[in-house]
Design a protein around this ligand. Structure first.
Ligand SMILES: CC(=O)N[C@H]1[C@@H](OP(=O)(O)OP(=O)(O)OC[C@H]2O[C@@H](n3ccc(=O)[nH]c3=O)[C@H](O)[C@@H]2O)O[C@H](CO)[C@@H](O)[C@@H]1O
Length: 366
């Protein structure tokens, strides 16, 4: 099966696409893939690193309010659609897939006008604007949560979960920990602020850094986000140096393996991360971003919390001391850890990539 795939802006839209590509290659090693993204999104860096052919179109997102910028965006959409059509005609895919973010608008739309079967994947309970628009034109809409099915045409919508769950469920945690050279025999806490890093989480970590030496049984793996790395590192050094039980990274490229090796994650509540956490049955402390459409991250986080899989801290209550108390409250109680593990695992959908692949087989041009 030859496939054009598009999704981008942030990791939450890119990694489900990459997981799906891995699943297709597992079944059909000779399949050809072309990824279409934007030069400004994280995909321009992540996708070529994976050895996947990458082309870009120029497009920006629509503003939800009335704005002259939207007129410019329509012009960009039309131009990007023409370029996407050219790329698709040259590549001759059997199927075209979009995994969200505004870049898949022109790509999936172009494919549908060329009569090529298309599928879109939605990671969140509340769908993004682009996917809502595209669902009128696609053959299939694959959703992660049954709760989002009502936003899409019923006849073409299927609940699959997020393909990234499958990739993570197959990962080897020992390889992940070894890649970070962390000391053996500790309880490992990963702290990360979604795919781009989060200022509020970084401030809390800087705030608690000087207290971490009091927790020698724990090892903290801390991901700052690429753009915040230098400044955050400098701020931690200013609090008395990088604690011995802390490993700091700007970004982790082998996240599935690292997730499979840790005991607890502190994170935003983006949908792809949550699919990964539940596929593994990983206890979590979630600090939802308040800066997202319809406050959807808090809804994501509360969903895990209600099942007993996660603890939630809202940004106004976040500081170093509060975060450290939460981490210790979970980790020092094995019974609590086991209960959170079971609750998280019960929500996982580790077969997601296979379900999406099966749908693609059904709609792809023979
Ligand atoms: C601010 C914003 O708009 N956030 C949205 C964005 O979040 P964001 O892009 O942060 O997405 P998620 O938290 O859902 O997923 C991040 C992805 O990046 C990967 N990763 C992250 C850090 C790292 O160092 N290495 C790495 O590989 C994770 O494993 C995961 O696959 O998309 C999500 C999915 O549509 C939405 O639910 C979020 O609300």
């Amino acid at each position: 099966m030859n496939i054009v795939i598009s999704g981008g802006g942030t990791g939450g839209h890119i990694y489900p696409a990459l997981a799906l590509i891995k699943e297709i290659k597992r079944h059909e090693p000779d399949s050809r893939v072309l990824y279409i993204g934007t030069e400004r999104g994280l995909e321009a860096e992540i996708v070529p690193k994976e050895g996947i052919p990458f082309e870009s179109v120029y497009i920006t997102g629509f503003k939800r309010s009335l704005s002259f910028e939207n007129v410019k965006t329509i012009a960009r959409f039309l131009k990007a659609t023409r370029r996407a059509k050219r790329l698709i005609r040259e590549f001759k895919p059997d199927v075209v897939v979009g995994t969200g973010g505004y870049v898949c608008g022109p790509v999936v739309y172009a494919a549908s006008t060329l009569g090529i079967p298309t599928l879109i994947h939605e990671q969140n309970v509340i769908p993004g604007l682009t996917n809502k628009f595209l669902s009128r034109y696609t053959e299939r809409v694959a959703v992660t949560f049954s709760g989002s099915a009502s936003y899409f045409p019923r006849a073409k919508t299927i609940v699959t979960g997020n393909p990234r769950a499958t990739e993570v469920a197959r990962a080897d945690g020992c390889v992940g920990l070894a890649s970070l050279s962390v000391p053996p025999g500790k309880k490992y806490v990963l702290i990360v602020g979604g795919s781009r890093g989060a200022k509020a989480i970084n401030e809390a970590v800087i705030d608690m850094a000087s207290s971490l030496s009091g927790y020698p049984d724990y090892h903290f793996i801390y991901v700052t986000g690429e753009v915040h790395y230098e400044k955050t590192l400098e701020a931690i050094r200013g609090t008395g140096g990088i604690p011995e039980n802390m490993t700091v990274r700007p970004f982790i490229y082998n996240m599935p393996e690292v997730l499979a090796g840790i005991d607890l994650i502190v994170n935003r509540a983006g949908a792809s991360f949550l699919a990964e956490i539940t596929a593994l049955g990983l206890p979590s402390i979630l600090i939802p971003s308040p800066y997202v459409t319809n406050n959807h991250q808090e809804k994501n986080a509360r969903w895990l919390e209600e099942q007993g899989a996660a603890r939630v801290i809202l940004e106004p209550q976040l500081n170093g001391a509060a975060l450290l108390v939460e981490i210790d409250t979970v980790l020092r109680d094995d019974g609590r850890v086991q209960a959170m593990r079971r609750a998280a695992k019960a929500l996982g959908q580790p077969e997601a990539a296979t379900l999406v692949y099966n749908e693609l087989k059904m709609i792809a041009r023979a």
